[in-house]
Ligand binder design. Structure first.
Ligand code: BG6
Length: 466
């Protein structure tokens, strides 16, 4: 069965941030607006500051609306739904001996609802949701305590939901640890003396934890399918100048590093050489190497929002585009969203083909969508721009399938308008379902079906890909 669905994450949807025993997550410390980037960049410096608005605290209150929301998903006609479990809802500081039963009960009920409508769950274990306690007191994933804490958390879920959840993605966009180390790995590098070295340490710990959870998942149930995930999107060279082409290869390797280990089972030579060049070290014991080589993933999950472009020429004033936290040059052949993300549907086909050639594994597209300002008028939302965006990307995915790429599923981002990970805005809307709420959390919270809702519903009834 081809998985047609949509995705959300706990910290962007649930709200109820300290309810029923939940602890604080790293994202619960991210405020709305420009200061959000300051905290992401210098989390140590801003740790003590109190802000007026933390969007994840309320989000779209999926915690209390899950029944109504899942009923809407069933009406939409999707057969799969990716959501994340909030790590600090289950282990509030990450270090408790026993899980928080009230937190688990919430996910029991979410699964009950999904089963009622025969919607397949795809579960992310950590979507930018490391317990804040681990970041503040241990420096996040640079400390090995996170590996053990994550294994305990994962074991709790793999055991409790054995047979109910088959698709597991241990870590959302693991390559974000390179670009936004606080969000991706709970690192507070502005407090540290040797930040680059600590980042390498954290990446190693994330990869070890990933392999260990993959091992555990396969031991608990051989039917479990484990996906590693990156924020994907090929880098184009700005010109045919070989220097630009080489730089594009290097940029892509920043992301490939992760599935190179998680699927191929070894740290790639280019990465080890780069460490040497930079005077950084990585020690991998024989036992760790065996874990990494023997417990690789079953599929590759990707988010795809845009391609990137680079140039080796630093002398000129290069025109930058914002993109999904990756610095990228503006590509004159592409249009941009209102937030400056370049729109490149063919880039999805290119990316799928590249990744399929490189890894020879099935690929699941778990995020793809358009953040835009929608207007609610007479209870209607005319979001034809979103329909065009999704249509164009799905069509390129279909071409990639015709090229021979083994695509497991397409899950849009997102079913609902929710908190933007980068800006904290709700007004950067991605959903098929409009939430009547503004950036500061005011509004009725009522759900409205957008035009794109009816379009996707109709598309799912008629698509040949089943
Ligand atoms: C992905 C994340 O990087 O991009 C999501 O996994 C995020 O959490 C999505 O919401 C879109 O980014 P943004 O910043 O527009 O919300």
């Amino acid at each position: 069965m081809f998985l047609w669905g949509t995705s959300i994450s706990a910290n962007q949807a649930e709200g109820a941030y300290l309810e029923d025993g939940k602890g604080e997550s790293i994202t619960d410390r991210l405020p709305l607006g420009k200061e959000r980037f300051q905290v992401m960049n210098e989390p140590g410096r801003w740790a003590k500051k109190k802000f007026d608005n933390y969007p994840s605290h309320k989000a779209i209150d999926f915690y209390h609306h899950y029944k109504e929301d899942i009923a809407l998903l069933a009406e939409l006609g999707i057969n799969s739904f990716r959501f994340s479990i909030s790590w600090p809802r289950i282990y509030p500081t990450g270090l408790e001996k026993e899980p928080n039963e009230a937190g688990l009960l919430f996910y029991d009920k979410v699964l009950d609802e999904l089963e009622k409508y025969q919607i397949t769950p795809i579960v992310t274990l950590n979507h930018f949701d490391t317990p804040y306690h681990l970041a503040e007191n241990y420096g996040g994933w640079a400390h090995p305590i996170c590996i053990e804490a994550f294994e305990t958390y994962a074991k709790t879920l793999l055991t409790r939901y054995d047979g109910r959840i088959r698709y597991w993605i241990p870590c959302n966009e693991i390559n974000m640890a390179q670009h936004i180390p606080y969000v991706g790995a709970g690192l507070m590098l502005d407090r540290e003396k040797n930040p680059e070295q600590l980042k390498i340490q954290a990446i190693h710990h994330l990869l070890l934890a990933h392999a260990s959870v993959t091992k555990l998942a396969h031991e608990i149930n051989s039917e479990n399918q484990i996906g590693c995930m990156i924020a994907a999107g090929n880098t184009y060279a700005k010109t045919a100048n070989p220097e630009d082409v080489m730089l594009a290869i290097e940029k892509d390797r920043e992301s490939y590093l992760f599935p190179d280990v998680q699927i191929r089972g070894n740290y790639p030579a280019y990465f080890l050489s780069e460490l040497k060049r930079k005077g950084l070290s990585l020690t991998v014991s024989d036992q760790e190497q065996a874990l990494l080589s023997e417990h690789t993933c079953d599929f590759l999950a990707i988010s795809y929002y845009n391609s990137r472009m680079c140039s080796a020429d630093c002398s000129k004033n290069q025109d930058l585009s914002s993109g999904n936290v990756f610095a990228t040059l503006k590509n004159k052949y592409l249009e941009e969203t209102e937030w400056g993300w370049q729109i490149d549907p063919i880039g999805l086909r290119i990316t799928l083909n590249t990744l399929a050639d490189r890894y020879q594994k099935p690929i699941m597209i778990v995020e793809n969508g358009l953040g835009a300002k929608d207007r609610l008028t007479d209870n209607q939302i005319k979001d034809d721009y979103r329909i065009y965006f999704l249509q164009a990307h799905i069509s390129e995915m279909e071409k990639a399938i015709a090229d021979g790429v083994d695509v497991l599923g397409y899950l849009s981002w997102s079913a609902f308008d929710l908190i933007s990970a980068s800006t904290g805005q709700l007004s950067k809307r991605y959903g098929f379902i409009y939430i009547d709420q503004d950036d500061t959390g005011n509004g009725s919270g009522r759900r409205f079906r957008k035009d794109s809702f009816f379009w996707y519903q109709n598309f799912l009834k008629h698509t040949d890909i089943q």
